[in-house]
Structure formats: C-alpha cells, structure tokens
Write a protein that binds this ligand. Structure first.
Ligand SMILES: Nc1ncnc2c1ncn2[C@@H]1O[C@H](COP(=O)(O)OP(=O)(O)OP(=O)(O)O)[C@@H](O)[C@H]1O
Ligand SMILES: [Mg+2]
Length: 333
C-alpha cells in the first residue's frame, strides 16, 4: 500500500476524524482496484459499505440520540452512512434515469425554488424480493450525501400496540433534526389496506396517522418507503408519494451485468459463457444471482483454484432454482 495513504489513515484515526478516515479507506480501496487486486478491493469495499459504521456510535456530537420504544426499549431507527455509487446496483435503464433525475432535482433545489417548485421528496419503491430496493436507498443516500435513517417497520409496530403511534411521532420528530435519506423499509405492515377486516383497529388508526404525518411532512429529508406487496397498499398510500418506482426482476441483459459484477473478483475458465448463464437464470432476482456467484466462488476457492468454473456456476444455478421452487416464489410478472 502507498505509504502516504498509510500515514494519512493513521492520522485520521488518532484525530478521530471519521469522515477523513472513510475517505482515505476509500482511496485505498480504489488503489487496490487499480492494481487489479479485485478480491481485496471488493473485501475492503464490503467492510466499508455493508458493515458500515453506525454513525451514532462514532459521531455522538452530530447525531441526535436515537429514539426508543418506551415499552421495550428497542431502537426505533438506525443512522448509517454508506459510500456507494451508481455502479453498485445494476438497475433497469429507465429506473436509473428516474433516480438520477430525483438527485438532480435536489441538487438544483435553489433553481427550482425560484419558480416556486420543489424537488421530489417522497418516493415509493415496490417490487419482488431481492431486486435492489434497499440497496438502491443506500446508494441514493451515498450519492445525495445525507446519512441513511433506516426504519424497519416491524420494530415500530411489533412492540406494544398502544405505543405504535407514539413511536411514529418520535421518528418524524427525529427527522426534523437533520437532513437524512429516511428509509421506511418493509413498509408492508403499515401500508396494509386500511379497511382490511383482518386488521386490528389500532393498526388502522396508526396507518391513518402515518399517512397524515407523511402528507404534512415538509422537512428537508428525502423519504423513501419500500415494499414487495403492492397489492396490500390502498389508493391512499399511493397518493402520498411524489414518485413510485417499480423494481422488476432483471431481464437477460441485466442478469448478465449482475453476474459480471459479482464474478469480477476472479478469473474465469476457458469455456465460461456469460450469455448462457444469463439465459439459464430466467426469473432470478439480483439477490438470487449474487447467491449463485458466491456459491460458485466458494467452490473455486475450496478447490484451491484461482478461477471460477462455468460448470460450477451452472451447478449453483440449479441449486438456486431448487431453493426458489421450495420457497414458492411469488410471481409478479
Ligand atoms: N439490481 C441489483 N444489482 C446488484 N445487486 C443486487 C441487485 N438486486 C439485489 N442485489 C443484491 O442482493 C442483495 C439484496 O437486495 P435488496 O436487499 O436491495 O433487495 P430488496 O429489493 O430490498 O428485497 P426485499 O423486498 O426482500 O427487501 C443486495 O444487497 C445486493 O447484494
Ligand atoms: Mg429490502
């Protein structure tokens, strides 16, 4: 590793400058990538992104205390910072265009304001599991540069029912305290049809409450919600969002790009054919493909090889198909 970077990262650590630390760690990752140390670069990147540091532990001065559920003391949200880019998620071209437009609107907020216009701010992601909804919210948070406030609805609701409305209030109050990308992930539970007879009256009240809070929200944060049960959302829910984005299963071309992305850390054998594996993975989600790639990479590593074999990928695809069959994957399209 470049000795200059090594010195800088030690300095950032001793100064407790986390922003600087991350920036240098990122430069080191980029340097390793340039040196074609793909495996190492990927590992470093993973450490920096997926296990990204929970900010409130490290930035206690900047991040207001995390609200908790009164009854059980659970944290109602998490604040994390990600360092991802557009190429970390392989999206349909139209989807990426819409998302880039949202970022652009935010960047040009002042110009829009001179015409009395506001950037889009409340976005709903829907689509089958494993298609990159949560990942995209992390990418958006990275690009916009606002930390991600991650709200898993289950933790808000699964606590004492009587507490739920107050939990929501706490989350919205928290949102007022900064500029965030707020992700209401797995929003299904609250978006369940309000007049669904199986729902408890309390939940219905909470849903109405949430809708009102969402509608009245005028703060500076970008709000995203994600669900894979669009049929559970009633008209009232849709109306509250400025943009609704569908995350579909990837087509052949996109599957090929996802395979390439997750297999780029290793060389391939001579008969390797990306086109074939893309064809054989019809109806696979991004997450399914990632799993196949991990399986195939492991097979290579455990065999002591430094290249991925085409047949191993094919085997991993068959295994994944069996798993998907077992799970009786819900068909969307
Ligand atoms: N389009 C994609 N491009 C690249 N990687 C993807 C894509 N979709 C999924 N993945 C991989 O699968 C993982 C899981 O995806 P993610 O959690 O974003 O799915 P999701 O749409 O939020 O699913 P769920 O509806 O079950 O919450 C991602 O972290 C990523 O590693
Ligand atoms: Mg998700």
């Amino acid at each position: 590793m470049n000795s200059e970077l090594l010195i800088k990262i030690f300095e950032a650590f001793t100064k407790k400058d986390d922003e600087l630390f991350y920036k240098i760690a990122w430069d080191i990752t980029e340097e390793e990538k340039r040196k074609k140390h793909h495996l190492l670069a990927e590992q470093l990147k993973r450490i920096l992104t997926e296990n990204s540091v929970t900010l409130h532990k490290n930035y206690s001065q900047e991040i207001p205390p995390i609200p908790r559920d009164n009854e059980k003391g659970f944290r109602l949200l998490d604040v994390k910072k990600f360092f991802l880019d557009w190429d970390d998620v392989v999206l349909a071209k139209e989807t990426e265009e819409i998302l880039r437009q949202i970022v652009k609107e935010l960047e040009e907020e002042d110009v829009l304001a001179t015409y009395g216009l506001k950037p889009k701010q409340k976005i709903l992601f829907y689509g089958p599991p494993g298609t990159g909804k949560t990942l995209t919210a992390k990418v958006m948070s990275s690009i916009i540069g606002y930390p991600l406030v991650y709200v898993r609805f289950e933790s808000v609701i699964s606590s004492y029912l009587g507490e739920t409305a107050s939990n929501l209030r706490k989350i919205f109050d928290y949102m007022e305290k900064g500029k965030w990308v707020v992700l209401f992930d797995e929003f299904d539970i609250i978006g369940k049809q309000r007049d669904d007879p199986t729902e408890h009256g309390e939940i219905k009240r909470v849903v109405n409450n949430f809708m009102l809070m969402l509608e009245n929200y005028e703060g500076d944060s970008m709000i995203m919600a994600s669900t894979n049960h669009p049929h559970l959302l009633d008209i009232g829910v849709w109306r509250r969002f400025d943009e609704i984005i569908y995350f579909g299963l990837p087509d052949k071309e996109r599957r090929k790009k996802i395979f390439e992305k997750y297999l780029k850390v290793m060389k391939k054998d001579k008969i390797f054919d990306f086109k074939k594996i893309s064809e054989e993975s019809d109806r696979f989600s991004g997450a399914d493909i990632e799993q196949v790639c991990i399986d195939a990479l492991k097979m290579a590593i455990l065999r002591g090889k430094d290249f991925v074999s085409f047949n191993d990928v094919k085997k991993a695809i068959s295994k994944q198909k069996q798993k998907m069959q077992a799970k009786k994957v819900i068909k969307y399209e």
